[in-house]
Structure formats: structure tokens, C-alpha cells
Design a protein around this ligand. Structure first.
Ligand code: AMP
Length: 255
């Protein structure tokens, strides 16, 4: 496995791989079994697997959230190698946002609802960094988790609207045995907070917004709503202490 820190390095490293299928798994690191499921799917389907590792400042609305985001590159690189990744793209912030950077992609409607209401600018940051990663790596396939269902909807729209020549694969949410969806942010929960956080998957399992709202009583709820994605999902975001958690359940079979 090779780690590339610059755009020119990853492009050169990918040159001999262009005859085969290139899969890209974008991550912000702090890898867990959710990320590993994406890497495993990419490994099964692609001749070259690229994992990006970049904590994207542009998608964080709160500076404290960005500063406190868990980072452990050494551990992530070991996990990526173990998962059979061929190339890791781990650029600096300056490499991705050089001085004078001013070009942004906005998926205007899908990016403004739900998460977009509570994290203004979040999906503009996500769409812009993903488009930049897609142009740098030029993958045939990209892999995302349904844990971030709105992100999948936004990126599918971006790919279709801009006629990008790549296919998006979305994979099921990986959960801990107690039902909590795996998230890099779970590490910040105290044992008591983790117990309270379990109300989130339990509430969503009702698949009913009213019942879910009642079951989340006592937690700070940003939203519990049916989201008009494909398939529609019951999605929610809650704050447990200083940690914000999101989760969703599909309301129909995946088409
Ligand atoms: P992140 O590093 O949080 O940006 O996540 C990178 C990718 O992993 C995104 O496509 C996420 O949707 C996906 N992901 C995160 N958590 C999970 C999970 N629990 N199950 C499946 N995919 C996940």
C-alpha cells in the first residue's frame, strides 16, 4: 500500500491502474467497521482500491467539532493496509484548498433540507470535496454508507446533474450489537451518554415520526423526519451532551 500526499503523486501512481476498475472510498479517518465494509465492497469489485483520508474543514459548521474530530493516521493506515487498500490519498488542507480557492459546488435543494438546516454549508463542503476527489482519482466506482443517507442523495444528484462518469454504490449501516450506528463520534460518548444515545436507533425502529419523537423525549432533537430519498428514510439527528449523532432507517425496500 502506498500513501500519496499530493494530487500530482496520486495521479502518477494511478496511471498504470487505468486499464482496470478503480474504486474510491472517501473517508475522514478514525476508521471503524462501517468504513471497513465499504473497503471490503470496493476490494471485491475493483482492481485498484483508493481510500482518501481527509478531514474536510469545509463541511464543519462548528470549529469545535472540527478541532475535536478524532484523528489517528497511523492506526488508520494500518487498518487500510489490512483491508487490502492499494493507495491512500491523504492530502493536507493546503493541497485541497490552496490560497485563493473560491470554487464551490452547491446541490441547492437536497443540500438545504434536514442536515442542511442545522449545518449550514455542510453539503456545499461535502459536494465540493467529493467532486474534487472524483476529478483527482477519476474512479469508476465510489462507495458511500447509508448512515449518511442525505449525503448519498446529494452525491447521486451531483453525479447525475454534472454527468460524471462514475457509479455510486451505497452500503448498509453497520451497527454495534446494542443497535447504535457506528460513528467516529461515538468515541466521545461517556458510558452514561452512550446509554442515552441508544434511544436514537430504538426510536427510529418504530418507523413512525410521531412515535419516534415521543421516544426521543428528553434528548435534544434537531429533527426527526421522513426524508424523500430513494428509498425514503426516517432520519433523525440528536445531541447527546456535546456529541451530535445522526441515524436513519429505510421505509421501503431499497430499489
Ligand atoms: P466519514 O469518515 O464519517 O466521512 O465516513 C466515510 C464513509 O463511511 C461515508 O460514506 C459514511 O457514510 C460511511 N460510514 C460511516 N459510518 C458508517 C456506518 N456505521 N455504516 C456504514 N457506513 C458508514
Amino acid at each position: 500500500m502506498r500513501t500519496c500526499r499530493t494530487i500530482s503523486h496520486i495521479r502518477t501512481a494511478l496511471e498504470p491502474c487505468r486499464d482496470g476498475t478503480i474504486g474510491l472510498v472517501p473517508t475522514m479517518g478514525a476508521l471503524h467497521a462501517g468504513h471497513l465494509s465499504l473497503l471490503e465492497a470496493a476490494r471485491a469489485e475493483c482492481s485498484t482500491v483508493v481510500m482518501s483520508l481527509f478531514v474536510n474543514p469545509a463541511q464543519f459548521a462548528e470549529a469545535g467539532d472540527l478541532d475535536g474530530y478524532p484523528r489517528d493516521e497511523e492506526r488508520d493506515l494500518a487498518a487500510a493496509a489490512e483491508a487490502g487498500v492499494d493507495l491512500v490519498f491523504a492530502p493536507s488542507v493546503e493541497e485541497m484548498y490552496p490560497p485563493g480557492f473560491q470554487t464551490w459546488v452547491d446541490v441547492t435543494e437536497l443540500g438545504a433540507m434536514l442536515e442542511g438546516v442545522h449545518r449550514p454549508g455542510h453539503f456545499r463542503g461535502v459536494a465540493t470535496i467529493c467532486l474534487k476527489l472524483f476529478t483527482i482519482v477519476r474512479p469508476d466506482l465510489v462507495y458511500f454508507g447509508r448512515k449518511d443517507a442525505q449525503q448519498v442523495a446529494v452525491l447521486r444528484r451531483l453525479i447525475s446533474d454534472l454527468a460524471l462518469e462514475l457509479e455510486l454504490r451505497d452500503l448498509p449501516i453497520v451497527r454495534d450489537a446494542d443497535g447504535l450506528a457506528l460513528s467516529s463520534r461515538n468515541a466521545r460518548l461517556s458510558p452514561v451518554e452512550r446509554e442515552r444515545a441508544l434511544a436514537l436507533p430504538r426510536a427510529l425502529a418504530s418507523r413512525d415520526p410521531e412515535r419516534a419523537r415521543a421516544l426521543l423525549d428528553g434528548l435534544e432533537v434537531d429533527y426527526v423526519e421522513i426524508a424523500p430519498f430513494d428509498p425514503p428514510v426516517l432520519a433523525a439527528a440528536v445531541r447527546v451532551g456535546s456529541t451530535r449523532l445522526i441515524d436513519n432507517v429505510p421505509l421501503e425496500e431499497v430499489s
